[in-house]
Design a protein around this ligand. Sequence first.
Ligand code: ASP
Length: 355
Amino acid sequence: MNRVLIFISFALFFACKEQSKETAKTPIVDVVEELSKTENTFGIVIHGGAGTILKKNMTAEKEAAYKTKLEEAIKVGHTILKNGGTSLEAVEKTINILENSPLFNAGKGAVFTYDETNELDASIMDGSTLNAGAVAGVSTVKNPINLAREVMLNSPHVMLSGKGAEQFAKERSVELVDPSYFHTEDRLKLLRKIKDKPNHVDAKSATSFYDPVIKDSKFGTVGCAALDKYGNLAAGTSTGGMSAKKWNRIGDSPIIGAGTYANNTTCAVSSTGWGEYFIRGMVAYDISAMMEYKGISLQEASQEVIQKKLTALGGTGGIVAIDNKGNVSMEFNTAGMYRATMNANDELTIGIYKE
Ligand code: ASP
């Protein structure tokens, strides 16, 4: 690609030399400059969940722990991209760091179901092929994002669930753990707090099920979107779902188009928040579709989908996304979202609250 660019640059230089004596630049030269700028550009953006995350409820130690983990995770992905690795690789390895931390509601730190078990969901998508893989309701897979990638690459399917997904994991030698691996004290306390609330579950009404205690507990799903040096986008999301979920409830995180979407012509997106609304709004795909159909920027599309459409539906949460030029969006309508981004110039930003 570099050689092709050099060749085009030379050809254009000689072609334009004659006609551009008085003007320093021609539109063609602008195009080449623009191409050179985006050539080899890369970037990465991550989230660790959105919700009622308020500074007044946070200790300095906890805040530092979250920031440290976000930085560690994003640097893993950034290093992969910088060294010429693929966006898919970067997304998977970055999410692994967050899945292995009890701080986030994914992998190790997954929340509990109503029955005090853990059921994990994940998905991944390759923007260059529109291939995708997802798993739902697994309880023995240490890193569900790895299994999602296996589904994408080594099965004829897009989504596997429950026991079948675990059987496939065994066959593909994906690391399995005893379900007790996912038991953490903090998450159990959160579940009991929810269950102790009177009328915490009303089977007839989804709205009362998500009463303020549940709504206000930070969700903590993790996700990543990346652009590699070859212009390929990828996104992935991993979660334990929502605390006190029942009936093998599955959220948006493993649903391609809702929790995760990537398309090289537009952007890569990972969602976090109240899953039912993200499914109904097809949030991740909608952002990509708005860019494609309306010709608007990633930031405009994200703002419209999160601040207007999702909010009008009554949904809460946010997204992280990156477009095919490396522009990043981190849009949310909650009090906070754990997030970080890093670009090709090694510039790192980390955020938690709405600033
Ligand atoms: N979206 C996830 C779900 O509904 C939860 C989250 O993002 O925190 O399962």
